[in-house]
Design a protein around this ligand. Sequence first.
Ligand SMILES: [Zn+2]
Length: 76
Amino acid sequence: MIYNIGVCKICRQGFLEIVKDENSGIMYICCDDCEAEWSTPEDAILGQNGTRGKYGKICYPKYDEINKIGWFKYII
Ligand SMILES: [Zn+2]
């Protein structure tokens, strides 16, 4: 299951997925199309402060991991 929080403001077609850096365990938001990244759901939704290539290999966090950091409310 991949959780997303909306459509990317940068490319206007990709989905904003909640992802996790496999090595560090840090969770962030990544567009599944243009691969822009954001540290927080707020920035991703607004399309501000995006980066590319900042994080390593992606894995997908489980529902309870997303819930634990309070990002569940952003899932659409
Ligand atoms: Zn995008």
